[in-house]
Design a protein around this ligand. Structure first.
Ligand code: SAH
Ligand code: DHB
Ligand code: MG
Length: 221
C-alpha cells in the first residue's frame, strides 16, 4: 500500500497546485549540508492555506532548518504579517536567511537563534506577539514538544491553530517498548493536547514522501 505513497504525493501536488515554488530552498539547503527533513511540498502547501484561512499576521515556527516550511508559511500570511521562526543551530539559521532572501521573503521571516525553550519566553513581553499569535507550527526537537505547547498556548489569540509535526513516527508512539526522548515527547504532547483546558485537538496519520508519520492540530479557545 505505502510503496505508492511518494508517487501519489507527486500526483496530488501536480493535480492541485503544480510546481513547488520553494523547491530551490530545499535544493540549496541540501547543498549546504542540512538534513533533508523539511515538510513535504503537499504539507507545506497545507500550511500556506492554513495561514490564509486564518488571515494570519503572526505565525510562530519552532525549527527553521533551511527555511522551507517558513517560506510556505510566509507566502500565506496577511500583508504586513510576520513569521517568527526559532532555530538552535546558527548554520541552519544562516542558510535559512540566505534562502529566504533569494526569493525576497527575508522581510517576512524573523529567524531567532537559540534554544527555543529560552527564546520563546522572550515573546511574552512583546506587545505585537503576546496574545496575537494566529498560527504556530512546532517542528523542532520532539522531546521538548510538551514544553513548546505550554509556552505557545498563552501567546495565542482565541481561534488560533497549533500544528505539531511528526507525532506518529512510523508507529513508535504506540510501541510501549519505545522510550527514546523523541517518541516520549511526541506521545506526551498528544496527551497534553487532549487534556489542555484551552485546546480542542485531533491528529492525523500521513503517508507520503516522508514515510509513515502524522501531525496533530489544535484549535485554541
Ligand atoms: N520546519 C522545517 C524543518 C525543521 S527540522 C521545515 O519543514 O522546513 C528541525 C529543526 O529544529 C532543525 O533545524 C534543528 O536544528 C532545530 N532544533 C532542534 N532543537 C532545537 C531547539 N532546542 N530549539 C530550536 N530549534 C531546534
Ligand atoms: C526528523 C525531524 C523532522 O521534523 C521530520 O519532519 C522528520 C525527521 C528527524 O529529526 O529525523
Ligand atoms: Mg518535521
Amino acid at each position: 500500500m505505502t510503496e505508492l505513497a511518494p508517487d501519489i504525493d507527486h500526483f496530488l501536488q501536480s493535480a492541485t497546485f503544480g510546481e513547488d515554488p520553494f523547491a530551490d530552498i530545499a535544493e540549496r539547503s541540501k547543498k549546504a549540508g542540512l538534513p533533508e527533513i523539511q515538510v513535504s511540498a503537499v504539507f507545506g502547501r497545507w500550511l500556506q492555506l492554513m495561514a490564509r484561512i486564518l488571515h494570519a499576521d503572526v505565525v510562530l515556527e519552532v525549527g527553521t532548518l533551511g527555511g522551507y516550511s517558513a517560506a510556505w508559511l510566509a507566502s500565506g500570511i496577511a500583508q504586513g504579517g510576520r513569521v517568527i521562526s526559532f532555530e538552535i543551530d546558527p548554520h541552519h539559521a544562516d542558510v535559512a536567511r540566505e534562502n529566504l532572501a533569494s526569493i525576497s521573503l527575508e522581510d517576512y521571516v524573523d529567524v531567532r537563534v537559540g534554544p527555543a525553550l529560552d527564546t520563546i519566553p522572550l515573546l511574552h513581553d512583546d506587545p505585537h506577539v503576546a496574545g496575537r499569535v494566529d498560527l504556530a507550527f512546532i517542528d523542532a526537537d520532539k522531546q521538548n514538544n510538551p514544553s513548546y505547547l505550554d509556552l505557545i498556548v498563552p501567546l495565542c489569540r482565541p481561534g488560533a491553530v497549533i500544528v505539531v509535526d511528526n507525532v506518529v513516527r512510523g508507529g513508535s508512539i504506540i510501541d510501549n517498548s519505545r522510550d527514546d526522548v523523541s517518541t516520549v515527547g511526541s506521545r506526551d504532547v498528544l496527551h497534553l493536547l487532549g487534556r489542555h483546558p484551552r485546546l480542542d485537538a485531533t491528529a492525523m496519520q500521513t503517508v507520503g514522501t516522508k514515510g509513515h508519520d502524522g501531525f496533530a492540530f489544535a484549535f485554541v479557545n
